[in-house]
Design a protein around this ligand. Structure first.
Ligand code: MN
Length: 227
């Protein structure tokens, strides 16, 4: 194969305890998967089935970096989330099959240009410019949990040492395997797919100079700083 110019390198995420990297194929995110966050965003946690949006694979940012404040926003928000990486896939998966497809867990940030997302909601336009922008998916290393996504465990975000978001995976409206099974009714999943499973309550603004630390019992911590 000859390309007219070199293809972009595949996005990849470190794996705890391994020299190997997890190669990222696609990133999917779940909207409103914790009741308190659904309420703070004006939704109804009892009625809404899971819905999904995407980010480009190259939105991945590894832990430890300093990030530029994103373009075109005055209201960058943090959403700490458990991410799962898949080792296999398929479409129309049962909950059991979907759970078996999981490779491991990482803690991630679904960074959001809230002003652009709010405008898109108001005008019934796509969310891409609010959600799928450059460096919008900082993610820590994967911790392998093959075939066994966690059903409980604390998840937390601190900014400059102050707790801003704190939740537990047991409060997910749609557990991880159920979420993956639902997504597989819409798109074919495959090894390398990364799914962010929703954020607990407490989303809020990130300012220049802020140091973000995301922690989850199920995965190694993530730290990034905004320049
Ligand atoms: Mn989110």
């Amino acid at each position: 194969m000859i390309y007219t110019f070199p293809p972009a390198p595949s996005a990849a995420v470190p794996i705890e305890g391994s020299e190997a990297l997890f190669p990222v194929r696609r990133i999917w995110c779940v909207g409103r998967n914790y009741a308190e966050h659904a309420l703070e965003m004006g939704g109804d946690p009892d009625r809404e089935p899971p819905f999904f949006f995407g980010k480009p694979a190259d939105a991945i940012v590894p832990t430890g970096g300093e990030l530029p404040y994103p373009l075109a926003t005055q209201d960058l928000h943090h959403e700490v989330e458990l991410a799962v990486g898949l080792r296999s896939g398929g479409s129309g998966l049962s909950v059991e099959q979907a759970g078996a497809a999981v490779f491991g867990c990482a803690v991630a940030l679904d960074m959001t240009r809230r002003d652009l997302q709010s405008e898109a909601k108001r005008l019934a336009r796509p969310w891409d410019m609010g959600k799928a922008f450059d460096r919008s998916c900082p993610i820590g290393a994967f911790r392998p949990c093959p075939g066994a996504p966690p059903t409980k465990g604390a998840i937390r975000l601190t900014i400059n040492g102050e707790v801003r978001q704190s939740g537990d995976l047991h409060a997910l409206i749609w557990p991880i395997a159920d979420t993956l099974a639902a997504l597989s009714q819409l798109v074919e999943l495959a090894a390398g797919d990364v799914i962010l499973t929703g954020t607990p309550a407490g989303v809020g603004p990130v300012r220049r100079g802020d140091q973000l630390r995301a922690e989850c019992d199920a995965a190694p911590a993530l730290e990034v700083r905004y320049a």
